[in-house]
Design a protein around this ligand. Structure first.
Ligand code: PMP
Length: 357
């Protein structure tokens, strides 16, 4: 007897990638290299382990559901009022909450494709209808086509900048025009999970540039540059009414005690975050240049990964890298996303890529 929804069968699983320990065992290697989830390779920031250790002494109590101390710290850091911030169990959860807070069954969630693989899953499981606009020839969002795809059922538009998995980014003039064209009746989410790796001055910081627009929400995560992927914490900046609506639909207490403590400690380490991001960016440029000798049409990336548009060869390339102990993220039929790791990890990837192609 079937107890769950039949339509779930048609949905892809989120991140079906394999574990490095598993692969290392299979290959008989001391360890495998994971360049598959866009993490930063340098370990938790200084002070985070201590803050977490201290926090767990209070583990028998629920965390502060209002997340007051952390929201205050974020508000100060990003120059907005605390009532404009909501936190969640990763920004992926906040994205889901935003869709739940805006869409009734049959309402439309609009996004570019290919983009973050959670978007279609979130739309489908929320009972909303996905409307996908194909990426442009440069693997980025076609904002004019997206604006033209808005209908009177569109409740929310997800704009991923820089875009996962292609690394492409949208410039200020493009976003200005898009936001003006869409108007203010549709919520526009700027998903800026990779913002800290952006070096192009024409790619706007959504919080500084657009968060005062009534219908814009900016999503950020502490999983990437801030090194807290395993503790699950993200936040959004939007208008107070939107942030309040999200806080209403959020799973109670889903910003854990440990996540709150770790995020507070991490926010105090901004200089170190900048230093780490600069290392990642330098390696991104080196890897991009090297890999273009094998795959000439790799787009410029403003994130901590690069995109190899290998089309039919994507799955085989991913398998060939794995056979050499390097886990990357193939999207069969489309391309392969490779996270920037340490210089040694990147060298291992480049060697694997060279022999794979
Ligand atoms: N948005 C984008 C574009 C992402 O790539 C990711 C993670 N891969 C997320 C959101 C979610 O990150 P998290 O839930 O860890 O905050």
């Amino acid at each position: 007897q079937r107890l769950t929804r039949a339509d779930l069968d048609a949905l892809p699983n989120y991140v079906p990638g394999r574990s490095p320990a598993d692969l290392a065992r299979e290959l008989g290697l001391p360890e495998a290299i994971k360049l598959a989830s866009n993490e930063v390779p340098y370990g938790p920031l200084p002070g985070v382990v201590e803050a977490v250790t201290e926090a767990v002494t209070g583990a028998h109590r629920y965390p502060d559901m209002g997340v007051v101390a952390l929201r205050d710290a974020l508000a100060q850091r990003y120059g907005v009022a605390p009532d404009r911030i909501a936190t969640g169990c990763g920004s992926v959860a906040l994205c889901e909450h935003l869709v739940r807070a805006t869409c009734l069954p049959g309402d439309e969630v609009l996004y570019s494709w290919r983009s973050f693989e959670a978007y279609p899953i979130i739309a489908a499981t929320s009972g909303a209808t996905s409307v996908r606009v194909p990426n442009d020839a440069g693997h980025g969002h076609d904002l004019d086509a997206m604006a033209a795809a808005v209908t009177d059922r569109t409740r929310i538009v997800l704009v991923c900048n820089p875009n996962n998995p292609t690394g492409t980014s949208l410039r200020r003039a493009q976003l200005d025009r898009f936001l003006d064209a869409v108007g203010e009746d549709v919520l526009v989410v700027l998903d800026e999970a990779y913002r800290e790796f952006v070096t192009d001055a024409d790619v706007p910081d959504g919080i500084e540039t657009y968060a005062d627009r009534p219908n814009v929400v900016v999503l950020r995560t502490l999983s990437k540059a801030w090194g807290l992927a395993g503790l699950r914490i993200g936040f959004l900046v939007g208008q107070p009414a939107v942030a309040a609506a999200v806080r209403k639909v959020v799973t109670p207490f889903s910003t854990s005690l440990v996540a709150q403590a770790a995020a507070l400690a991490a926010l105090g380490q901004e200089d170190e975050v900048r230093r780490r991001c600069a290392l990642v960016v330098a390696e991104r440029e080196r890897v991009t240049e090297a890999v273009r000798k094998l795959v000439p049409d790799v787009p410029n990336s403003q994130a901590n990964f690069v995109w190899l548009p290998l089309h039919d060869r994507a799955a085989a390339f991913g398998a060939a890298c794995e056979a050499r102990g390097v886990i990357v993220r193939p999207f069969p039929g489309d391309g392969v996303r490779v996270t920037i790791g340490t210089p040694a990890e990147n060298d291992a990837f480049l060697a694997a890529a060279e022999s794979a192609l």
